[in-house]
Design a protein around this ligand. Structure first.
Ligand code: ASP
Length: 326
């Protein structure tokens, strides 16, 4: 009897302990998973985009969604799902991130990326890297290996080298697509940055963004994508956000954080908050869009351009991929 009782006590106390631990790690409603991604907002115009190009964009987003979602399904962390999904599009030349990145006015590639964990508010970013195959991996390593948030330029490249990330020759990023993007008047011009926001089984949110920046940007220019609060933000209390568009406008209004702040202080839903922030962007004369996901798995994807490549797998497991307005 005594033995049964003490066994019961041990079971009871370990149950209490694991509930406390789960609670600590938990953000939203444990169990629900969701993933939303973008492949850039821009000037693609419906019915004028070659079918082949449209198919490549859709196919890329689908592969990326599946890669990230597989991690969430296996109970993996949202930050790992975000990273895995973004790596797929960094390796895909049809997007302006990693291979396929646009060029600076000097004809070089300078890449930016960031990632943020909504459970701990830990964030990592790299700006202006030139030889890192997957900048999002370098951003993640900034969290894992340093107490900093952002590393930039040659220091960020050196950091990737020291940590044995895969390095490439600068011309690895060259593609025909990048050449076309250098000419903003070219029909195929579009921003093409990539981003992801995920909700994992523990209710934790994470967000990340990766880009070659704006076509023809001045050397040394850093956009919103690696700036926490501008192009990327995640907080379990509110939402995860990744933006795409004219970075200077996103930086001035801290657009990603603005969405989270509207939810936190004004009690707005993720849809209303994201719409309000994009309305501000529009008023300012800026172009772009965001993907946002809250801890209940609600998704918002507003944009003020003619297109935003985007896709999601919602809490019911339904996949949706779109390029133009509904
Ligand atoms: N926001 C990126 C930047 O300004 C570009 C983009 O999203 O396409 O660098």
């Amino acid at each position: 009897m005594k033995c049964i009782l003490s066994l019961a006590c041990v079971t009871f106390f370990s149950a209490c302990l694991s509930t406390a631990q789960d609670k600590q790690a938990s953000g939203g409603e444990p169990g629900k998973i969701a993933l939303v991604m973008h492949g850039g907002a821009g000037g693609l115009v419906k019915d004028t985009v070659p079918a082949e190009q449209e198919a490549k964009l859709r196919e890329g987003i689908e592969r990326a969604l599946k890669a990230g979602y597989a991690i969430l399904e296996q109970g993996g962390e949202s930050i790992s799902a975000v990273q895995a999904a973004i790596v797929v599009l960094e390796d895909d030349p049809h997007f302006n991130a990693g291979k396929g990145a646009v060029k600076t006015s000097e004809g070089k590639h300078e890449l930016d990326a960031s990632i943020m964990d909504g459970a701990t508010l830990k964030a990592g970013a790299v700006g202006g890297v030139t030889i890192v195959k997957n900048p999002i991996k370098a951003a993640r390593l900034v969290i894992d290996k340093t107490w900093h948030v952002m590393l930039a330029g040659p220091g960020a490249d050196a950091f990737a080298r020291i940590n044995e990330l895969e390095l490439v020759e600068p011309d690895y990023f060259d593609t025909n697509v990048a050449m076309q993007k250098l000419d903003p008047a070219a029909e195929e011009y579009h921003f093409g940055t990539v981003g992801a926001v995920a909700l994992d089984k523990n209710g934790n949110l994470a967000a990340g963004t990766s880009t070659g920046g704006l076509s023809g940007k001045k050397f040394g220019r850093i956009g919103d994508s690696p700036i926490i609060g501008a192009g990327t933000y995640a907080d379990n209390e509110t939402c995860g956000v990744s933006g795409t568009g004219q970075g200077e406008y996103f930086i001035r209004r801290a657009i990603a954080y603005d969405i989270a702040a509207r939810m936190k202080y004004a009690g707005e839903s993720v849809a209303k908050a994201a719409d309000s922030s994009i309305a501000t962007l529009t008023n300012d004369g800026g172009q772009g869009g965001v993907i946002a996901l809250d801890r209940k798995g609600q998704i918002a994807t507003p944009f003020n351009t003619s297109s935003m490549v985007r896709g999601s797998i919602d809490t019911s497991g339904k996949m949706t991929i779109k390029i133009f307005a509904d």
